[in-house]
Design a protein around this ligand. Structure first.
Ligand code: GLN
Length: 481
């Protein structure tokens, strides 16, 4: 395979094949990918920072290993983009916020270390909603991202830049973060694969905290296979994160190639209300396709789903108000001077945070305050347990749950910015995955008549990513034929 014109359609396997057969060097690939990203970025604003020095240095190591017959990592030479809430040593990490505009982290996230160890080339840091709070990428302090499939539309959020980079073809794979849907929803809006692993499957060390009990790191890719490869590299216990799990990591590639026939799929009936008719028809067609592959389909119920939005926006804002207390003008970059310490805090936070972040800090502080804690925060945690139990009970009867990702495809930039509640409602189908901690993903399943991508959501039991990939891979491959 030659490099010319192929950058936007490369896969991990194609990169490997090209490098090992000397069709191109990692240096050539890095240079092309960077040039392409630089040329394409003005269209979408997907990247906040490009990292030519880092990518070229990593490429030189890969070329050296190939020349000397050394270890060639599973991601050798693969152009990778990283959401700007994941820290990269020596490379600016802004979280899409003015308050961290000039922040240069002194260390790498564990996921970043693991990917670079396998030879990945980080070509840049991607735009996102400020501190990952949003569903449209319009809350970034550095301007919105445009959906590469329809430039007047949002790419989804909060990992909009990471989804757009893969959809646009400037990166082969990317990392995002998901607290309430921020990987699956943008994957669905941009027509790429997005995976939210089991909570604790991937270390959160170096993921700037939004709501710690809900935050996940996960991959975006153009194929299920590539997403599985990235997860294989970043999954597994890490001493640096006390919530990272010891559960063994399956061999995803081997297991996902098994046929899908015989898998029991549940359709949670609560997820099929309120769907736009077009999205409903596309998702229905995907379900019928799974049936043709030999899956057994039945209806199930997750009765507490209706409480997910309220429950999530209490827990997430509570944790955010605590996590964001650290941006005080003393540590981390910007400070707005004032006569007293309290005024300095106030002015720094007033100037550094955007409107949505402030709204969440206020909501979170309120639900945690004396007198309201039991009524709101504690109650929300109890509801969260019920939502998790819904999943456990459903998984006694079926292996997989399948549902839409979002009630509608990508909306227009500006369409929902003035109505935070309408924006929050776009998360109805994704929040339960994070609240319960089960693995879930979005796999492309069609396009609306306007050419807007629609994703199919797949959920499995805690730590059973292998079955999730098996369903998604079989679906993707048989559809492509
Ligand atoms: N849209 C949700 C929110 O605004 C989810 C964000 C996320 O998953 N990071 O909080």
């Amino acid at each position: 395979m030659s490099l010319s014109d192929n950058i936007p359609s490369l896969t991990i396997a194609a990169v490997r094949e090209g490098l090992l057969n000397k069709h191109f060097s990692a240096k050539e690939l890095a240079e092309r990918a960077l040039k392409y990203a630089e040329a394409e970025n003005p269209k979408t604003n997907a990247y906040l920072t490009l990292a030519p020095e880092r990518a070229l240095a990593a490429a030189a190591k890969v070329d050296d290993a190939i020349a000397k017959g050394g270890y060639v990592g599973v991601l050798a030479g693969v152009p990778l983009a990283v959401k700007d809430v994941i820290v990269t040593k020596g490379l600016r990490t802004t979280c899409g916020s003015r308050i961290l505009e000039h922040y240069i982290p002194p260390y790498n996230a564990t996921a970043v270390d693991r990917l670079e160890h396998e030879g990945a080339l980080i070509i840049g840091k991607t735009n996102c909603d400020e501190f990952a709070m949003g569903s449209s990428n319009e809350n970034s302090a550095f301007g919105p991202v445009r959906n590469p499939k329809a430039l007047d539309r949002v790419p989804g959020g909060s990992s909009g830049g990471s989804a757009a980079a893969v959809a646009q073809g400037t990166a082969v794979v990317s990392l995002g973060s998901d607290t309430g849907g921020s990987i699956r929803q943008p994957a669905s809006f941009c027509g790429v694969v997005g995976v939210t692993p089991t909570y604790g499957r991937v270390s959160r060390y170096g993921l700037v905290a939004f709501a710690s009990s809900l935050d996940h790191i996960g991959p975006f890719a153009r194929t299920v296979e590539d997403a599985a490869t990235v997860l294989q590299v970043i999954a597994g216990h890490d001493d640096q994160d006390a919530t990272s799990a010891f559960a063994p990591v399956d061999d995803y590639h081997a297991l996902m190639r098994e046929p899908a026939s015989g898998i029991k799929i549940g359709l949670p009936k609560e997820y099929f209300d309120g769907l736009s008719s077009e999205t409903g028809a596309i998702v229905d067609k995907a379900i019928r396709h799974l049936e043709k592959l030999g899956c057994q389909i039945r209806e199930v119920s997750l009765p507490h789903t209706k409480y997910a939005v309220s429950c999530y926006y209490i827990i997430a804002t509570a944790e955010a108000s605590s996590n964001l207390a650290r941006y005080d003008g003393v540590r981390y970059t910007i400070r707005t001077e004032a006569g007293t310490l309290a005024d300095m805090y106030r002015n720094t936070r007033g100037a550094g945070f955007g409107a949505e972040v402030k709204r969440r800090i206020m909501l979170g502080t309120y639900v945690l305050s004396a007198g309201y804690y039991d009524a709101y925060y504690k109650k929300a945690q109890q509801v969260r347990t019920l939502i998790t139990q819904d999943f456990r009970e459903a998984f006694e009867d079926v292996d997989v749950l399948v549902a839409p990702v979002s009630p509608f495809p990508a909306f227009r930039i500006g369409e929902k910015v003035d109505d935070p509640l309408a924006m929050y409602l776009s998360d109805v189908y994704t929040l339960t995955g994070d609240l319960s901690g089960v693995p879930c993903m979005s796999v492309p399943c069609g396009e609306s008549s306007a050419g807007l991508p629609v994703g199919l959501q797949v959920f499995t039991k805690h730590f059973d990513e292998a079955t999730m990939f098996r369903i998604a891979h079989n679906y993707e491959q048989s559809r492509a034929q």
